[in-house]
Write a protein that binds this ligand. Structure first.
Ligand code: SAH
Ligand code: SF4
Length: 374
């Protein structure tokens, strides 16, 4: 199997060209064709030397990840299932909000962390994604948008909040982030990228040392060790004390404020005791709280709290001086719970018919407006 072109940083491409007797300056022209002009066929790169083009064409895989299903939600959220070269699939979601179009990318096929509220956890960990498969989600979706909606539909932000625990796949996510931020390429600023983690302490400790300084979101979900352990078994190993010792090492100047994601599940972590513990644990000047009402899926063991309870929780945090927001559920009519689409898709095993979009029986047909601009 040929290595993917999308695994290469600009520096690596320069070295590769040089080692093989071509001008290293070709790397800038090539990155321009691929990441700025969206031309993926080396033979069309008119200002690149014939030898360099042929070398890449022969030795590197330029193919994009294949979109095997896509759906458009009534709220404008687009969900995609992308297939990799070995046939594994992951979900990628494009979420419009104000002037932004944020892509929520996956970092692994499945996940090993095993949070008890998460649909992806039921799939276990199949494998890590390579850097080119993470960058590849962005390229495949932007290419799809260019062709099916219009070039004005530009992805502007990325969140590592799809399937998988990004810090469990540290080196590959680090490299993918470097590629996203490359000045000669996609040139995404550090403020446009957000990494979300369940709290893998040894990796959080490394962030300050060698990870590009992107925004950090911590999936906290409870400020009480016993409750957090029930929601997230990782808390048995890296409890709140260890987690916060590691978080304090993240240089705040670069990251500004840390976002704490707080899933709200009825009668689980939405009581007065939970509010008090959260307000005690976090510092309002250094934190932002993002409440995520639990997204129910068939067989899930938790329930979403009532709207009144969600608003009460929000109000309690605001009264205590916190910047607190509610993440509205996006794309609920297209299986928005993380990992749900992939599972449903595999259950009916429709990807074999990947010649075009397929209809998943449990998705309301109104949500399926494939290939239709919004
Ligand atoms: N593994 C990373 C990133 C992917 S999950 C992490 O856990 O942070 C992205 C976010 O979705 C996390 O905050 C996660 O806790 C949340 N999430 C997962 N399943 C959910 C569900 N059923 N309802 C609401 N939020 C969920
Ligand atoms: Fe993995 Fe995140 Fe799901 Fe937990 S919430 S199982 S860390 S993807």
């Amino acid at each position: 199997m040929k290595p993917s072109f999308f695994d290469l940083t600009h520096g690596e491409l320069k070295d590769l060209l040089k080692e093989n007797g071509f001008s290293p300056f070709g790397a800038t022209q090539i990155f321009d064709w691929v990441y700025k002009k969206w031309v993926f066929d080396p033979l069309e790169w008119s200002n690149v030397s014939k030898g360099a083009k042929e070398f890449l064409n022969t030795n590197y895989d330029m193919s994009l990840l294949k979109i095997v299903w896509n759906g458009l939600s009534k709220d404008g959220t687009r969900k995609f299932l992308v297939k990799m070269i070995d046939g594994q699939t992951v979900e990628t979601v494009a979420i419009p909000a104000r002037e932004r179009l944020t892509l929520c990318v996956s970092s692994q096929v499945g996940c090993a962390v095993g949070c008890t509220f998460c649909h992806t956890a039921t799939q276990g960990l199949k494998r890590h994604l390579k850097p080119g498969e993470v960058v590849g989600q962005y390229i495949a979706i932007q290419d799809w948008l260019n062709k099916n909606v219009g070039p004005e539909e530009k992805l502007t932000n990325i969140v590592y909040m799809g399937q998988g625990e990004p810090l469990h796949n540290y080196e590959n996510m680090k490299k993918a982030t470097q590629i996203f931020m490359q000045e000669n390429g996609l040139n995404l600023g550090q403020r446009r990228i957000t990494l979300s983690t369940s709290g893998l302490v040894p990796a959080i400790e490394k962030l300050a040392i060698d990870f590009p300084p992107v925004n950090i979101a911590i999936s906290l979900h409870s400020a009480r060790n016993d409750v957090r352990t029930e929601l997230m078994p990782i808390n048995k190993v890296y409890d709140l004390e260890r987690l916060f010792t590691a978080i304090k090492q993240i240089p705040l100047k670069a990251h500004r404020r840390i976002t704490y994601e707080y899933l709200l599940a009825a009668d689980m972590n939405d009581t007065q005791e939970d509010v008090d513990a959260l307000a005690k644990l976090l510092n309002p000047k250094e934190s932002k709280i993002n409440l995520i009402p639990f997204n129910e899926f068939p067989g899930s063991k938790y329930k979403r709290p009532s709207e009144a309870k969600i608003m009460w929780f929000l109000d309690q945090m605001i009264k205590r001086g916190f910047t607190c927001t509610i993440r509205t559920t996006k794309g609920s009519d297209i299986l928005a719970a993380c990992g749900q689409l992939k599972s449903e898709f595999e259950k009916v095993n429709l990807w074999k018919k990947d010649s075009g979009p397929v209809v998943i029986p449990s998705i309301a047909s109104s949500a399926l407006q494939n290939q239709t601009p919004r």
